[in-house]
Design a protein around this ligand. Sequence first.
Ligand code: BG6
Length: 496
Amino acid sequence: KKTDNQALVIFGASGDLTERKLIPAVFNLFCGGFLPESYAVIGVSRSEFTDEEYRIKVVFNNEHLKGKSTATEENLERFAKLVFYQAVDTKNIETYGQLKNRLEQLDQEITTKNNYIFYLATPPSLYQTIANGLAENGLNGNTDGWSRLIVEKPFGYDLESAKALNKGLLCSFSEEQIYRIDHYLGKETVQNMFVTRFANSIFEPLWNRNYIHRIEITAAEHVGVEKRGGYYDSSGALRDMIQNHLFQLVALVAMEPPVRPDAESIRNEKLKVFQSLRAYTDQDIKENVIRGQYLNSTVRGEAVKGYREEEGVQDQSKTETYVAMKFFIDNWRWADVPFYIRTGKSMPTRVTEVVIHFKPNHHHLFAHDSSLSNQQNVLVIRIQPNEGILLKFDMKIPGAGFNTEQVNMDFKYDELSNVYVPDAYERLILDCMQGDATLYARGDSTEAAWEFIDPILKAWENDESIPVYGYPAGTWGPENADNLIDGENMNWRYPC
Ligand code: BG6
């Protein structure tokens, strides 16, 4: 696809995300030859830096560029020339005028053609202020170029604030200009779910309530909240992972085939999934949603802090670091098929996977070990790490009789050794540069996902009787979550 000359303006330029993800992503695009002929990155924040100081900070001294084989002195030098800095006090409308002048000046020097991506890597409380500031200075695409706005998560704090944010942004930018980023959608393996389903005639005919017994999604993290205790304590796993990342996986696994593989068609189908989620009653929430918080423990001989001992976390915090839930999608395809999803910090390992459990045969010809789980075909889509797809199916044990056993058919991405797999941010920024919003969340579906999540947040806030179960750091979360799974001898899959 053609990429217009343009500039990327990053608000929150001295923050962690910029150094850790955004600059490395643009650097990779630069090394891969994906940037247009004229291109600039303009870092914006309150601090005062000269262009040179900023280049030293985010390019030459950036720990996240250092290990890359492409980060040669020559490449870093050439890349640094594309990087500029402008101080803006986002709350002071006059300073946007200075930004505008700087952008116009750069446009004269390097012909970015008044095409801008404004990336909001700031605290969400500033999103609307920045969007207004840009619009009031005519930087919202009313000039002869285009403007796009990338908005980082969290997109809203609950349903009401998400609606207010959408409404507020729409006063300054149109929906087509707003790119709500969810980095899970930039992961190759997540996009491949779409291809697995709709390019293979062996899966899609079975992908429904007639053949699928249940669907399970796990996103486990080995790390705790690390240095983000302050942010995390006012967020929690439901807002941080479920409402966005895990629900995007649910949408991809459950959506109907779109009429075309384009942004609107795909996003229309995803919206319908969120609209079909069976709303929880207060009682359902108690029975189907489990929250937990990690406690201090010793993992492989080392002492690991409990959540409440982490920096920035309140002593009596009730914020959940683990959520497991069971829900239904009330539509033709999924009626009565349970979906089980869970996420947690401080788990035994880092793994994200989608597991499709197929129904067992109606009639068993062959001897089996008695558990139902040994009679079911299972498709495991491993999002990360060890990216790949695993199919479990029955095979005859060699020798007399017809005894069977489950075996694995396993595809691993790293077997495609010479294929370059771009980082999620790299892919998403490139898509936005080319005006392709397919892998970005649309406003209406963000609200529809909140609509389902909001009653859980409210119930947890208001009903003291709903427990926050403790689980020792380094374990798979509260044992009560096992009771969510219906069926004898059935449990979550515990990947190692
Ligand atoms: C972020 C969350 O959006 O996703 C973090 O804020 C989480 O808490 C991270 O650790 C997980 O992303 P990934 O790509 O490592 O699975």
